[in-house]
Ligand binder design. Sequence first.
Ligand code: GLN
Length: 550
Amino acid sequence: MKNKKTKFIFVMGGVLSGLGKGIATSSIAKLLQSRGFKVTAMKIDPYINVDAGTMNPTEHGEVFVTKDGLETDQDIGNYERFLDLELDADNYMTQGSVWQTVINKERNLEYGGKCVEPVPHIPDEVIRRIKKLANKSKADFVMIEIGGTVGEYQNFIFLEAARMMKLKMPNQVMSIMVSYLPIPSKIGEMKTKPTQTAVKTLNSAGIQPDFILARSEKVLDHKRKEKISTFCNVAIEDVISSPDVDNIYQVPIVYRQQNLDKRILLKFKMKANNRDLQDWQKKLLEIPKKTRKKVKIGLVGKYFSTGSFTLSDSYISVIESLKFAAWYHKFNIEFVWIDSESIEKGKTDLKVLNDFAGIVVPGGFGSRGVEGIIQAIEFIRKSKIPYFGLCYGMQLACIEFARNVLKLKDANTTEIDKQTTNPIIDLMSEQKQNIKDARYGGTMRLGDYSCQLVPKTIAAQAYNSTSVVERHRHRYEFNNKYLNKITKAGLIVSGINKKRNLVEIVELTDHPFFVGVQFHPEFKSRPLRPHPLFLQFISAAIKRQEYKNK
Ligand code: GLN
């Protein structure tokens, strides 16, 4: 369906960070999409970093890569998964990238001698980008999520952009505030005051929210809704309760039950068309709820802990991809985090790996915990436990094979040991220059590259294709000097990038499932279209578990 004028919905957060604005944005977008509208979503991050690529995942969560190779925030991954779309660099901006553009324009005399100021020139550039996305995507709705929390210094200038857009196109712009209602344990009552204050702060930025999504542990009662309505100047029907849920794919349904999408359309004076979320409901909500069977998957990595908390955000796309594959097979997943440093230090006995149906080694950087991962891979390979190595997980599997099968004892990646006499994984020449010049930001092999599959391999059979396109994010590559030797010893190269002659997939035959991929298949897995390699891996894991339980 086409609408003459694109509608813009800003989503901002009040009271706390980490309320799930990304899930809220994705869920609203999903509801509108399910009514036949064309919807896209973009994220604005308040950081000075020009993209998310230079941030440690324990600081900022997963770095999600778009098909055109921008390193973005994990919320872009949520949008892609909820909407089943492939987004690109136009769907993401950081404060740093906006200022960079404005400063470059000023240097090029594009402001014609004017004094260039934070307001209006920064919001103007933000609005230019939002409109560019609207034109390019031809969307009926563009959702714009503003990172950070209302009232903080960092994101104020983006609220200015929302205000200025509303001023110029009052009938096309709407704002939704995601807020938090605490239930302090000593009081035992849900409190609305922080939300009232947050709305006042938003008001002082010249914005009146059209809806308030009230995040809380529990469902909002009528009394609380009334209070928020009165004090925040929002119709009671537009205060939407958003309690904690076990399964994020339930959020669109929670909103729909309170008519959120209907109310949005009503305010924009648009017709509400048929809606269809049946498949979604059946495969993503009913299956996980009803099935009692669980497949136990171990994730060996190092970006898990921050202080005394465990972070799963660093691997969110991997985790979601594993869930989709398990649900497809009518299983739930039991995840166990295995800290590679504790293997390295001898605190975790490798034998515990035997308990798992399958093990994943996701992407990573640097030397911490790597020897622990290599020891784990050796054990997994020999014990014939299904193994799926993603990016670093593929590189480390090659190193393990070189050390223990080819007997090249000092085999390594030059990322860790620059002096090794056996650089199985190494930099290509263009990357050497980047490192020399300290050009780190946005210079890895990023985004889509094609991969030709070797017929009759596990990979070719899983994909049921001869060629695929997958997304990348790495600087180092398999060193082709070792190609002959390693394939003769039994490591099969089942996927290559022909254009650049690069190894993309390796696998073993005398093993139920041992596959390493240089790319990140997790970025392309979708709730209702699980990635074929994840499906295959989970299927091998289920087989092992069922055999063990016999
Ligand atoms: N550190 C490796 C590289 O840069 C792998 C990167 C990753 O796993 N994303 O090549």
